[in-house]
Design a protein around this ligand. Sequence first.
Ligand SMILES: [Zn+2]
Ligand SMILES: [Zn+2]
Length: 641
Amino acid sequence: MAFVLEIETSFTQKYIKNYIVSIVRRFNINATVRQDKLKIVCAFASEHERLQECLEAIAQELPASLFLKSSKSYENDEKPDKLPELENEYPLNLALCPSCQKEMFDVSSRRYYYPFSSCSCCGGNHSFVTSYPYTRQNSSFKFLAPCRNCQDEQLNVGFKETHEINSCHDCGVPVRLVNKTSERYANDSGSFRTMFEVAAKAINDDKKLLIKTTFGYRVFYKADKLNSESILLMINASKITDNLSLITEEYHALLSIERPILNVSVKNEKLKELLGVNTSYVKYPDEGFSILLSTELQKLGIDYIAYEECNENYKADMIMDYDLEVRSQSDMRVFLNKDDLFIAEGERVSFPSHSFQAKSLVSVAHEYVALPQDEKMLFDNMENFDSISVDKANVLEGISEQFHTKQMTFLQDEASFISVIAEHNAFNKRCVGAYFDEEPSFLYYDGKNVLRIVPPKEFDGSKIVEDIKNLREGSDRLIANLETNVPKIYTKLLALQTKESVKLFEAVAILLGLKDESMRGVTKEAMKFVGKGGIQIDTHVKDNRFDHAAFLASIISYQLAGVSTAILSYSIFESFGDYFNDILQELKGKTKATEIVLCGTHFANQSLFSRMQRNLKMSPPLVNKNYPIGKENAVVGGVFL
Ligand SMILES: [Zn+2]
Ligand SMILES: [Zn+2]
């Protein structure tokens, strides 16, 4: 007989499964642990005397994850006859698991205040990979020989079994802290602890500190220095809900092992004032350096600071670094509300990955590549691979490099669209969908090929004043009115015409007079609106294309009528939500499609997505599950075009 534990998850990465396997191996219990697209199924030999103990350890030690849902248990007649195996073909960049964090704060451990603490299931491990297969030799740790104790851990059961880049104070990486006048080094418990104490004090004294973290360069500073690129780091878990207004799901997501960046409502009045809006991107400390720094800051009575991702050239007052190559990944930003959760953008946690059936091709998009390895496709940063022999290459438009004599080019929106179809294995269905990243486009999949029905139209601001004047009869009066009544906006409109390659939402932000002249600025402004319904902004289609001039003219006329920027911003997304819905429903009717697909990072917007959820209640849209809905999913789609 076997005792079966079944955990529901729609995420296919193996770290949670490996964590369970590690615990089971430690208790020496025969078991099978399988993972498919919907669940992790663990069947334990039920007669084992330590089974109860093992289950309790799983309940206690398993990190909380964004992607774990309900679990259930039952018995079946399986007879597991060996220990389950770890599946560590590639490492990820995750936050530290509870047991690695515990070790880092245990005075008696070999990793007390050691920022490179991690195990085979957690931590910033992918950052150190230089090529495949994943071994210490193919990592930036290759010049550091592990000490006897670390080797033992790698060879024996436990969380550090097979941990290729295992290290500790005795065999690890020394770190230096440098400012204009002094330099200090850390290579043991005492010196590391002092270094983080000194670093925290410097931040408290209004200094900016640049750290080469295990997730790449980050600059840390007090929250009163924040700017539009800053992310708030909530360093005191017990004070998070004093400062932020979170739904339960957001709170759990912040503390999960994936430690995503979330866009949430701010409660603290002082913070709202600093931000100039009432929402912010926030995160809870994730990797070793950030956690140790936060711990010391918390001792100084600080509950939150700010940081930015940057590079080594950032001019800070102080720098903490070391001699080891680190390849950072863009961070994971998650969209979540009561009903839905998806990855909005970023590489971390989604890449590398090994999924879908192998094909004899490479897909190249942005910095990523997909290539066949064993039975499946491996997706990761291009830098980690040498050449491979395949039948053809599918390459994203705009990449000029020649990878193969048989090379095909694909488009971002088409690739994103088909990546969703691939993730839902909807290849035998007809689908219509929208891609939205700056410019909206509409697509159709007939069960075989992808067709762009409404192609994206690049925004051209160079003649925008003329375009608005010629829009329809009387439109020239709108411009004349603007010039006399709101000369400030008129000047901005003129300035748009001379600016090079302006994006549509940049233009919107400029017209609205927002400080953050981007989609992000408009999104944040929209979150200020607390009323119920917005006003109708013109989102009509001319010659099968989105009409930019009509859209901007509509915004201008509301401004002339004195409508506030918050209502306008909110209404823009609400109107876009209706616009997408109208066209998608029409296309669905015409094509007899059964599925609606949404992709493109602009859908990760509370105002827009809630509108879409409301509009598409009867046929909930398909979105990516394992990959971001943003541009990163193109490398996945490239496999199927
Ligand atoms: Zn760990
Ligand atoms: Zn060691």
